[in-house]
Design a protein around this ligand. Sequence first.
Ligand code: FAD
Ligand code: NAP
Length: 549
Amino acid sequence: MLPYSDSAGGGLADDRLDRPPDVDVIVVGAGFAGLYAILHLVECGFTVRCFESASDVGGVWYWNRYPGARCDVESVDYSYSFSPELEQDYEWTERYAAQPDIQAYLSHAAERFDLRSRIQFDSPVTSSRFDEERRLWRVTIADGASASARFLVLATGPLSVPLVPSLPGIDSFAGAVYHTSRWPSEPVDFTGRRVGVIGTGSSGIQSIPVIAEQCEHLYVFQRTANFSIPAQNRPMTPEALADIKANYRARRALTLLTKGGSPYQYRTDSPVALAEDERRQAFEAAWERGGTHFLKSFGDLVTNEESNRLAAEFVAEKIRSIVDDPAIAELLIPSDHPLGSKRICADTNYYQAFNRQNVTLVDLRRTPIAEVTPSGIRTEGGEYGLDDLVLATGFDAMTGSFQAVYPRGAGGLSLRDAWRGGPRTYLGVAVAGFPNLFLLSGPGSPSVLANMVRTAEQQVDWLAGLLRHVVDQGATLVEADVAAQDAWVRHVNDAAEGTIHLRANNWYLGANVPGKPRVFMPYAGGLDVYRRECDEIAADGYRGFAVVD
Ligand code: FAD
Ligand code: NAP
């Protein structure tokens, strides 16, 4: 328990007007973004406390321990850039690190910068309210304790609230049910078990080949086939790592010039303009480079329908060449959305898994799930006996974790009401009507469309500048203007216009959550452009924010 924590009920007796807040800043969440926020805000002279639901640091890398979990941005880039010492002392062993390695990295960073002492673990924040008279935020923790701060920073993550589908009968299932994002910390042994995986997004696609190797039989319940490109993961050789370490500053500088936050420049021409053999060579090279890079193999794949179709056709041919059974191959080829309109996946031996005798693909489009029974899943086409069920069914993305903190701003306005028609933010960082509240990787920021460690660092650096700007002039309150927010929301919509992202039922649009307003949430203009826009706003005296003494 923190020394300043009040007893259950919120300690109203202590809420005298002259009593200062417990700390300057409360940060909620200790993933990549929250950890850096703690460190940097302390460096900038603020007192900071952090509350974290989990029992340790790591964020998604604490929770997503499913077999096969690994990053899809290269580890040497999906890592902090703020400390040259940290860059030098961590040894990445693979091109795309597995979950335990990334968790170990964040744990190492927390130790190295002495962050744990500022974090209260096992402490979900269940509500938060702005006290207008005292100009502070008070948060309540699940155990009833509360704490106050001048500023509240929600680093609660865009992909941290698991989505559990309401399948009829699921509570009657006699075996174990696992969600990929709430995987147990002790290893799960599927040896000799009949396992069902529902979901073929990134989490399903990573876990299916690994579970298949262990279990007696695996049933993959697929509603929508997804595009996946082999990650081409490989061990990081000491020579390659030494070379990257020697040139880290230049590599980091390059990441700042790109839309996605990776240090690669891609070709800017169109596959449409190329002769067939030249086009094939280019796609082959992109396939060999692997993973999410494929979508960037040509600059216009996300905007030009014909370019996208050519790329999708190439991937379809690859799937046909890998999967032995032509009927299964056809089921695995996406047919209802452009390549990359749902987040493109990166795999290791995903399509190969369907050549195994112990893997069965169940097409939920043709035969939807009728119910989960105590002994398995009954679809409209038959019954599948299962010992264990894995839900790789995704997240209430981008808004869910902020709403779960139940912020109430000026006049008691709830974030749920403010966002009833879809999220509205200024820069993805602030919300009009919620003074002194800040979101990291919020809707309206590039977040999930870019390397998220780069976006976290950029946002924290920028936010620290804003907070210093406020306190250095003796002010206690800062809030986004409604007009600036409206203009930013229009800009976010304009940036998404014409992209393929609007042409699929994807989680970027909230389409995976029943009843969620369909609004394209991330900023598609690119991290490079976003950074410039934020910097210009800061240089212009934090245009669009009202600062009150
Ligand atoms: P998170 O890592 O989600 O951390 C948020 C933290 O806040 C969590 O620890 C959570 O417990 C805590 N929290 C939430 N609500 C509360 C509350 N109410 N009270 C207290 N604590 C709370 N992005 C990439 O760029 N590259 C990748 O390769 C990549 N791979 C991914 C793989 C997986 C399996 C997943 C799920 C996501 C991946 N992402 C990837 C996206 C990922 O969300 C970000 O990369 C990054 O981890 C986000 O960091 P964060 O700190 O913003 O949020
Ligand atoms: P997801 O992309 O939302 O995929 C969820 C899957 O579950 C989809 O195939 C979906 O089908 C299916 N599904 C959901 N409800 C269902 C139901 N009721 N019945 C049948 N099927 C159902 O979630 P995710 O795979 O966890 O990935 C989310 C995001 O996290 C990724 O896009 C990525 O940004 C990040 N991530 C990254 C990595 C990585 O490689 N580094 C790994 C994991 C996650 P429909 O498509 O038909 O809705």
